[in-house]
Design a protein around this ligand. Sequence first.
Ligand code: NAP
Length: 348
Amino acid sequence: MTITQSESAPLVAVVGSTGIQGGSVIKALSESDKPYRIRGFTRDPTKATAEKLRKSGVEMVAIDLVLENKEDVSKAFAGADYVFLVTNFWEHMDWERELSEGKMLVDAAKAASVKGIIWSGLAHAKKISGGKYSLVGHFDSKAQVTEYGRASGVPFVDVQAGFYASNFLGNFPLIVKEPDGTYCSISFNSDFDPSARARLSSASSAKTKIAPYVLPWPVRPTTVVPLIDMDNDYGLYVRRVLELPVFPDGSVVCTTSEDIAVGEITHQLSQVSGKKIVFKQITAEDATKNFIASGIPPAITADLVEGMQFHDEFGYYGGRATTREGLAQPTRTFTEFAKGVDWNKILV
Ligand SMILES: NC(=O)c1ccc[n+]([C@@H]2O[C@H](COP(=O)([O-])OP(=O)(O)OC[C@H]3O[C@@H](n4cnc5c(N)ncnc54)[C@H](OP(=O)(O)O)[C@@H]3O)[C@@H](O)[C@H]2O)c1
């Protein structure tokens, strides 16, 4: 643990410190052999995560980072050398708010004359797809903040977060329980790896009773997901940016723990969990029905479904490659991540 109070160490101000992304950044910096001062923000400094960070040497600042508090926000980064910025779209599901709060954070970093901004952006789905996928608001609003940040004149690096491996554990209907006895089949593309095709076909042939768990996505089974074990690996990428000899202004970092095809995800999940889980390619219309049926509002459903279609056609990062070079330690494989989970509690 090298969190220090020494003024000779760079001060990194971390938005979202009590959350997944900011927490991972703080973990990686605290494990570095280089010393850092760290400032974290929270709306509730009495919560256990905030208290734990404070005890580990993080300067915890209580603030609500919203437009109504713009004046306080503009002072929040005073004295910081670098800032890590993230917005939490899922808390309010308002694209305009995500954009305006992201811009506000960039303005605050500029006001503090920081040496560099590290921003958690995502691909501009609408631009990259030439307008074909125009509803992926939670990607595009982050990409618009990226554009704003790049125009700010402050050195700016976009460290995009991969698809969280922990999404499979959450309250989101990613893996669904099919009624026992349901028949499912998988359609394969000709370019799908033949050995994986044989394996998955035997598990899901139309003549085989498969059940009870299905991953039904409107993507091909060959679609590659940059799956990331956020707690362990996202912060490594941010740490690499901070520890390069020169802050890599203008660069985009596409993070991953392991790039893995969706058809392979269910295979590995089955092996680790001991439960039969198959991938099922469904239509965008069926995906829409599933999300709506599970209570997701129509506009958010459209954002998610088009996001998956964008991912299938252009790649999660819109065609940019991931690289794990130069990280302080190896990233974790999906199987390693999955082995740390009690699937009996998740797949009930
Ligand atoms: N799930 C995925 O696969 C995925 C992939 C790429 C990107 N993302 C993006 O990741 C973002 C969420 O990041 P996360 O997973 O780290 O979220 P998280 O774990 O829910 O944490 C959210 C953090 O933001 C802080 N926060 C939220 N609103 C705040 C406010 N008004 N003032 C001060 N702090 C505030 C929270 O602090 P307190 O609660 O302590 O105040 C908390 O530390 C979303 O925008 C999502 O689109 C997700």
